[in-house]
Design a protein around this ligand. Structure first.
Ligand SMILES: Nc1ncnc2c1ncn2[C@@H]1O[C@H](COP(=O)(O)OP(=O)(O)O)[C@@H](O)[C@H]1O
Ligand SMILES: [Mg+2]
Length: 244
């Protein structure tokens, strides 16, 4: 579904991703782990077309994404939920969701998709008229995910969906992601919450300073010393403090 081959991304002289290769199969849930500054957001932004690679190739269902403009990627089924959510605070929940429906692929069956999204997130149904900016952090994250789902994606990219949320809310967001996963949608999740994301994912990659330094099944990564190292003494919470 997604193939990343020798991807290098740099901001001026600073190399954020150094020859990164990975692949995601249809229906998989893949987590990208890494401490702050490892290059996780740069990776998702490059797939989403927000950042241009210096070299390397990303292909989506066999098409080289270098030939696909950023705004056409969502039309191809690639939906990015950015770090910080990117919702419109002065618009209602329903208006935010409607913004997700602009790609051609999303225009048929909007009502049915909205019903599905409201089934996934009942709280958004209750609050469809509320201004998104007045909702809690967790609810805003749900709006962001719901909006991405409204674009009828075949791959959903999530950048630290649990960032800044209280543990109980993190649990709720991951429970929603598990329900989305069970629909068969392909998921790529960037996270610092190691336990919760490995519990959700089939497998993952560990990024360190822009390089892939580990990969494997969720079970293997859970016990990988490099994973422990990346999250101990970093800015993220130690493993012991994370929810399971
Ligand atoms: N727009 C930018 N300009 C310059 N440096 C950047 C920019 N965005 C990210 N970086 C740098 O690239 C590295 C990787 O950043 P990022 O991809 O955001 O990492 P992560 O999401 O894993 O925290 C960091 O050192 C960061 O400071
Ligand atoms: Mg980031």
């Amino acid at each position: 579904m997604l193939e990343i081959d020798n991807l290098t991304v740099a901001y001026g002289k600073h190399v954020a991703l150094d020859a990164v290769s990975m692949a995601v199969q249809p229906g998989e849930c893949v987590v990208i782990l890494g401490a702050n500054g490892a290059g996780k957001s740069s990776l998702l932004k490059t797939v989403g077309g927000v950042v241009e690679p210096r070299s390397g190739r990303i292909s989506h269902e066999g098409t080289d994404l270098a030939t696909v403009a950023a705004h056409d990627r969502v039309g191809r089924g690639i939906a990015l939920v950015p770090e910080g959510r990117g919702i419109f605070p002065r618009m209602s929940v329903a208006e935010n969701l409607a913004l997700g429906t602009y790609p051609e692929r999303a225009r048929a069956g909007v009502a049915a998709r909205q019903a599905e999204v409201f089934e996934l997130f009942p709280r958004l149904a209750e609050r469809r008229r509320q201004l998104a900016g007045t909702m809690s952090g967790g609810e805003q994250q749900m709006v962001a995910i719901a909006r991405a789902l409204m674009s009828n994606p075949d791959i959903l990219l999530l950048d630290e969906p649990s960032l800044g949320l209280a543990p109980i809310v993190v649990k709720e967001v991951f429970a929603a992601l598990a329900r989305i996963r069970s629909t068969g949608l392909t998921l790529v999740i960037v996270e610092q919450n190691v336990r919760a994301s490995l519990a959700l994912a089939d497998r993952g990659y560990l990024l360190e300073a822009g390089r892939v330094v580990g990969q494997g099944s969720s079970d293997a990564l859970q016990n990988d010393p490099a994973v422990q190292r990346a999250f101990l003494g970093g800015t993220s919470e130690p493993l012991d403090n994370e929810i399971s």
